[in-house]
Design a protein around this ligand. Sequence first.
Ligand SMILES: C[S@@+](CC[C@H](N)C(=O)[O-])C[C@H]1O[C@@H](n2cnc3c(N)ncnc32)[C@H](O)[C@@H]1O
Length: 284
Amino acid sequence: MTTVNYDRAVAYYDATRAFRSGVAAQYRQAVLPYLAGHDNPRILELAIGTGLIGASFFAGGDSYVGVDISRGMMGRIAPKLDNEKAVDLAQVDIAQRLPFADDSFSLVQAVRVFHLLDDWQRCIQEVRRVLKAGGHLLIVRVAPLDSEAQPPWAVVHGKWDEILANLGVGADGIRHGIFRTDDMMMEHLSATGARVQIVDLLPYTERAVSCRMMVERRRRKMFSSDWHLPADLHARAVQQLNRWLETDCAEPDEMHAQAMVFRAIVARWGHSQENGSRVARASD
Ligand SMILES: C[S@@+](CC[C@H](N)C(=O)[O-])C[C@H]1O[C@@H](n2cnc3c(N)ncnc32)[C@H](O)[C@@H]1O
């Protein structure tokens, strides 16, 4: 599955995924330095969703283009902006050819989406085409700031996977998005001639969540990884998860605000597509 259209998530996406006030503006400040040296920089955001990140760039007056497969998600962006400022948006499948000319953007960013793409290498190839020489690609995910310190509610996801496995859902079915390691993507990017590094763009604190809230999100199929589950199997899994919550979960209602970080794979090509790796090593 290369396209995970979030139309069905529109109603609850912001309520469950939004950042605390001010975080998106700080994120923008952390990204702007990557535009240094570019005249009239243009930025592309792949899979902009409801604009939880992108709205801060539109509000900041950047030359910003957002694309997503879901019109419903993008419909939530303009109302976030003062005076319903004009926004440059397009419905695009980022697993296909991007509808932009070569060398169009100084920076391309993709936040919380690469795990949903089967053919992520194709997407990178397209990004490389639309990026100007010396432009940056930021593949961004959110991660616990301290990888050893998992939030208390993470146990809900572990329990859920265990229940699904016991109900016969194979590993492939548990997560339709394959979680690539950073190493795998960095290796691929390096092979295309990019200079690559991991950058912690911004630490931030997530909104507080309890185990019970996470169980409720599983019940209401608020994670795209559950959308493909048949209704009867999903109902049985929810029943078991609820039983676990009431009998074995240590602190079902304890609210926990996790320390997180926006972690980016930052790639930069300093050259045209031909002879990528040779010229890239000479640049920078
Ligand atoms: C988890 S949301 C992330 C949205 C936003 N970047 C954020 O961080 O809030 C994933 C988004 O990717 C979009 N998406 C998934 N596959 C896509 C594809 N192949 N082409 C374009 N958008 C896609 C979904 O519609 C959804 O809006």
